[in-house]
Ligand binder design. Sequence first.
Ligand SMILES: *Cc1c(COP(=O)(O)O)cnc(C)c1O
Length: 346
Amino acid sequence: MKVAFTSDNIAGASDSVFNAMMDASQGDAMPYGNDDMTAEVTSILSELFECDVDVFLVSTGTAANVLSISAMTPPWGSVLCHTESHLLNDESTAPEFYTGGARFVGIGGADAKMDPTLLKKVVTQKVGDVHSCQASAVSISQVTEVGSVYSLAEIRVITDIAKEAGLSVHMDGARFANALLSLGCTPAEMTWKAGVDIVSFGATKNGTMASEAIVVFNRSLSKELGFRRKRGGHLHSKMRLLSSQMKAYLTDDLWRKNAAHANAMMVLLQEGLASIPSVKINTPAQANMLFCTLPEGMADHLLAEGFAFYGGRWEEGVVRLVTSFRTPKEGVEAFVECARQFDASL
Ligand SMILES: *Cc1c(COP(=O)(O)O)cnc(C)c1O
């Protein structure tokens, strides 16, 4: 059995999500989010996060990120994110577009986590200097772009630096559920209790078709976000179709079950690959994404055997493997076995 580890967004949508959309497509409902289902999603998320939140549903993760951040920074501000972040590398110039030209500054750090010392240096530089862009927001990715996960203490260190300098904090939670299960904490602990003002609560990679929630804890940012979402073309008139996806995603713990499966498949994959002498694990996967270095010829062999994944974008031999809520166990086993056989032939 062949399987693709290209990304978690190659998987479709969970059945209950799709069925919920079908149900929501029947009959009439008020447009632009003035429907019952959208209100319900807000109360479900308020309960989940153990506080009153404002929720803005959008249909892509990029929109969730850049809209959130646009409410946190003036055009003369700078937004600090990791050098390897999705914001800096995978969202074209949407960050500049939505913020009206704010500057996005990369901060280095091991395992795609921001180095607090470097961050501190940047936020304290040239404060109030009219000639220099003014640091105004920090964005961290949880799960990070290399598959690591910030611990609660690590998040706190970053948010403390931000708060001390008067900056807002955004969390790119495209893989929120995968990170949460990895840490085994509550959604509140990983976000507002750790100093996060807004989270992009990702769902598309973990079971919805196209529905992501901007969840706002610092509600002073909400009014502006409402206008910005409309201006940015993300106020869906048939909002209930997005809400129905999110509601189904949050019903009966589907979101946790889906992420638990993806993470479990990664444990299996990582353990298998780690036991193969010629394979090097680069960053240990803490959730559902793994970067490893394969010996010469192994990637081509696996691809020729029908497996799929990204490679050739990083250093020689480096590949990225991502498991999803639908990755079949037999597929993981077949992949490891295929790699093992190649290793034995070296
Ligand atoms: C996938 C992803 C997003 C959202 O991407 P879209 O393609 O716009 O949905 C945002 N951040 C990270 C870290 C991602 O992996």
